[in-house]
Design a protein. Structure first.
Length: 244
């Protein structure tokens, strides 16, 4: 009887501990309409020290044209991801860097634009972004897909800007390069400095609640993203969040 009581007590304690640990993880929020920007903020307001270089508003990207859905050269992000990114920005500054943002929230409209491009014969930017690959393999190899984690609002593409040199940190490869060179664990022809720079960015982001992607050194998603199943489709414009 005493042994049975001990086992029941231990089981109850284990359940209590598991419940306590689970309560530390914020639950995902319920799905909301994909045009609802009420939980988003302008990154420039939330993390004012970040530098913005929104590539999809420009023509310097793998498509070679401004991407549908990018109405302003701004970055939008969920409030939860913005708060975590603020911590990353502070850590970066302590180490002599600033965050440079290439992309954050990406509307489904933009993803559809990528799909249309992948199916046409436009290869204007091949030498810059996919010189080693035939455009026809981009779907099969996962570089283009019909959904993007960016559309869930808590993913960011970024690099580091060195405050001493006044230049972007050398990561050994450009943002949005399609190939193994972009894999975070690629060493190949990279110098020790380039490998170290990638690790500095990775450590800063992981320290502040983000998780990496194994094919892109610049890509990080909030570990506990609030909308893991919602793909939003409002335009990238400060007007989208101005009334929130």
């Amino acid at each position: 009887m005493y042994t049975k009581l001990l086992k029941l007590t231990a089981a109850a304690a284990a359940i209590t501990m598991l419940s306590a640990c689970s309560s530390d993880i914020p639950p995902a929020k319920p799905n909301i309409p994909d045009e609802d920007a009420s939980d988003f903020v302008a990154l420039s307001e939330a993390v004012p020290d970040a530098i913005l270089e929104i590539r999809y508003y420009s023509t310097y990207n793998f498509v070679g044209e401004r991407i549908d859905g990018y109405e302003e050269p701004c970055a939008l992000i969920t409030k939860e991801a913005a708060e975590a990114l603020k911590g990353a920005s502070q850590e970066a500054e302590e180490k002599g860097y600033r965050l440079k943002i290439y992309d954050a929230y990406r509307p489904q409209t933009a993803v559809n634009n990528f799909i249309e491009w992948a199916e046409n014969d436009n290869t204007d930017m091949k030498e810059y972004f996919y010189p080693e690959l035939d455009k026809s393999v981009l779907f099969d190899q996962g570089y283009i897909a019909d959904k993007s984690g960016h559309s869930r609002g808590s993913t960011v593409d970024l690099t580091l800007f060195d405050m001493d040199t006044g230049k972007d940190v050398d990561m050994g490869g450009t943002f949005d390069y399609f190939g193994k060179l972009s894999h975070p664990d690629y060493t190949g022809e990279l110098t020790e400095e380039q490998i170290n720079n990638r690790n500095i960015l990775r450590d800063i982001m992981l320290n502040n609640g983000f998780k990496p992607l194994d094919t892109e050194w610049w890509h990080f998603t909030l570990e506990n993203e609030p909308y893991p199943d919602t793909y939003f489709d409002f335009p990238v414009s400060e007007d989208s969040v101005a009334a929130q």
